[in-house]
Write a protein that binds this ligand. Structure first.
Ligand SMILES: NC(=O)c1ccc[n+]([C@@H]2O[C@H](COP(=O)([O-])OP(=O)(O)OC[C@H]3O[C@@H](n4cnc5c(N)ncnc54)[C@H](OP(=O)(O)O)[C@@H]3O)[C@@H](O)[C@H]2O)c1
Length: 328
């Protein structure tokens, strides 16, 4: 099969289209004929060699895809050859075929094209596990989503709105601020020109945010705590502004606040299976009902993987960047 491999870490040019052996399914896995894959921030970090868990080299990146079930490993039940699916994987999705634990498959939502469905698994699983499972986001909660224009952010805003929360989102450009509002953010906050703590406090009558989905890490920690309401929760999913920070425990305790740090990719299979099950139960009906829809900025051809990475690094995209594998 063809795959985009990473022979060594580096810039986008390090990604090379090559012939590699087909995967074979272990017990409990299926082989998916990949229709499309989607880019994630983690892919950029892995390519550069700066992700927490380094990629095995030479390796195949890609942590989500859509496609057709091509074959079943021993012990797989409930799936059949030809099923249209999207899937969460731990690597290997920049390829024509990938082995996927059956517990990480989701049926293509009826209203979402198979190529576009590649944009769903990572965002849906990240948002479900952080907002619904860990933070217990509820109707009428105040939710602050940082990076509201990104792949995770666009999904998180819609999920918060769908649950009935009051959603606020930060973004860095006029276009992204506008899109955040269109997706359900009551007020979008320019992190370049406004103080998000002041805006959230002001808009909520001094109350603050019950839940903050944070992609920034160190530099935002203190201000996130300031922006929290009593009993507020911070779900920290990214460290884009830095890894190391002092935790102001006194300010946290004064509000009885909680700080969760999470990563999806390195969780054990059973934990991922539980998350995928939660997504299937709680989010898939909202997608099929049209309440939450994948936001896809652009679709690149398979041979354009390096260009897709460059485009993501440029940071102007709104939502997800998809790479079509089958149509090229
Ligand atoms: N822990 C997990 O399990 C998990 C899973 C998936 C993703 N993530 C993390 O989630 C984050 C988003 O990933 P993605 O794939 O959605 O990438 P993405 O589409 O490239 O989104 C990155 C976002 O960062 C925003 N950003 C940059 N500087 C900012 C600032 N100063 N304040 C607020 N936002 C800022 C960008 O917004 P502007 O363009 O408006 O600047 C953009 O929306 C990444 O940090 C990624 O590592 C974590």
């Amino acid at each position: 099969m063809r795959a985009v491999i990473l022979p060594h870490t580096g810039g986008p040019e390090a990604l090379v289209l090559a012939e590699v052996p087909d995967p074979s399914p272990a017990a409990g896995e299926v082989i998916v004929d990949v229709h499309a894959t989607a880019l994630n921030f983690a892919d950029l970090l892995q390519r550069r060699g700066t992700y927490g868990t380094p990629a095995a080299l030479p390796g195949i990146l890609g942590i989500e895809c859509s496609g057709l079930v091509a074959s079943l490993g021993d012990g797989v039940e409930g799936w059949a050859v030809g099923d249209e699916v999207c899937a969460l994987v731990s690597g290997g999705a920049y390829a024509e075929r990938v082995a996927v634990p059956a517990t990480q498959l989701l049926r293509r939502p009826l209203n979402v094209d198979l190529t576009i469905a590649a944009a769903l698994p990572e965002a849906a699983c990240t948002v479900w596990s952080n907002l619904i499972d860990i933070s217990g986001l509820a109707a009428d909660d105040v939710l602050l989503v940082h990076g509201g224009g990104g792949g995770i952010g666009t999904f998180a805003i819609q999920t918060g709105r769908s649950i009935g929360s009051r959603v606020f989102a930060t973004a860095g450009s006029a276009e992204k601020l506008q899109r955040c509002v269109e997706l359900g953010s009551e007020r979008a906050i320019s992190y370049r020109h406004e103080d998000f703590v002041a805006v959230v406090k002001d808009e909520t009558g001094g109350y603050g945010a019950d839940v903050i989905l944070d992609n920034m890490g160190a530099a935002y920690l203190g201000r996130n705590i300031d922006a929290l309401a009593p009993d507020g929760r911070i779900a920290m999913i990214g460290l884009q502004s830095g890894r190391d920070a002092e935790i102001p425990l006194g300010r946290m305790m004064a509000k009885r606040s909680s700080l969760f740090t999470t990563s999806l990719r390195d969780r054990p299979l059973a934990a991922k299976a539980r998350i995928v099950e939660g997504v299937r139960r709680d989010l898939w009906p909202r997608i099929e009902g049209g309440d939450i829809l994948p936001v896809v900025d652009r679709i690149f051809p398979f041979a354009g993987m390096a260009a897709a990475h460059r485009y993501m690094e440029d940071g102007k995209h709104v939502g997800k960047i998809v790479v079509s594998i089958r149509e090229s």
